[in-house]
Design a protein around this ligand. Structure first.
Ligand code: SAH
Length: 213
């Protein structure tokens, strides 16, 4: 598994494009410039790894578009050492970006095949999540709650209440909400009972499905 100067050069171009599209957080851009996205993709798609596009991975899922990963990460406003819950581990690309930003990452995946593959792969290239869980993201991880931040990387028909309950007061959740097209929402927990909601544009994700598969 090689990360050549050619790959690094292509990544620089990708970062420039993401910056032009509106992501300004330097730390996020630096994380994108470090994660070798081509290693997260099935070999047939390696030449497309540094285009700003989503691509198919196993189990009919996709690796998110780099801009979307950068945008969601920027909205999280991560601080070093924060506890982050990710729903939808998928290829592990977003997980790796969060780890580059020195977050303690807990991630859940409902597809057995992807879960197994990514759990083996991430440590192989030096990315160590706190915990990778096979399970239903709707349930969160109660034994590790509360989390400083929660990021959902699949389209949720509604905002799952269980996830809100696992967010620290002062914490924020970034979640695409909707059926066919999703609105990127940021939810900030103001107190035990109060949540502030912000909207940040339209996106298309694979659906957040119930239970494990
Ligand atoms: N973060 C991933 C994005 C993968 S696409 C990446 O960077 O590659 C979304 C992922 O969410 C898919 O892998 C899908 O299987 C998973 N998913 C869908 N519903 C889920 C649920 N209820 N719990 C956990 N994961 C889920």
């Amino acid at each position: 598994m090689i990360d050549s100067p050619k790959h690094q050069g292509m990544r620089k171009m990708l970062v420039k494009l993401i910056e032009e599209k509106g992501v300004t957080d330097k730390k996020v851009l630096q994380a994108i410039s470090k994660v070798p996205r081509h290693l997260f993709m099935d070999s047939g798609f390696i030449e497309f790894a540094y285009q700003d596009k989503a691509f198919p991975i196993a189990a009919e899922q996709t690796i998110s578009q780099p801009f979307t990963v950068a945008f969601q990460t920027e909205l999280l406003q991560l601080e070093e050492g924060e506890k982050v819950l990710e729903i939808g581990t998928g290829s592990g690309y977003q997980t790796a970006v969060l780890i580059e930003l020195k977050a303690k990452v807990y991630s859940i995946e409902r597809q057995q095949e992807l879960f197994r593959k990514t759990k083996l792969f991430l440590p192989k290239i030096g990315y160590h999540a706190k915990s990778l869980v096979f399970g239903d993201g709707y349930k969160g991880i109660p034994e590790h709650a509360p989390f400083d931040k929660i990021i959902v990387t699949a389209g949720a028909p509604t905002i799952p209440k269980t996830l809100l309950s696992q967010l620290k007061v002062g914490g924020r959740m970034v979640i695409p909400v909707g059926e066919e097209v999703q609105t990127m929402m940021v939810i900030i927990r103001k107190s035990d009972t109060e949540f502030e909601k912000q909207e940040h544009g339209s996106f298309r994700f694979v659906p957040l499905l119930k239970d494990r598969n």
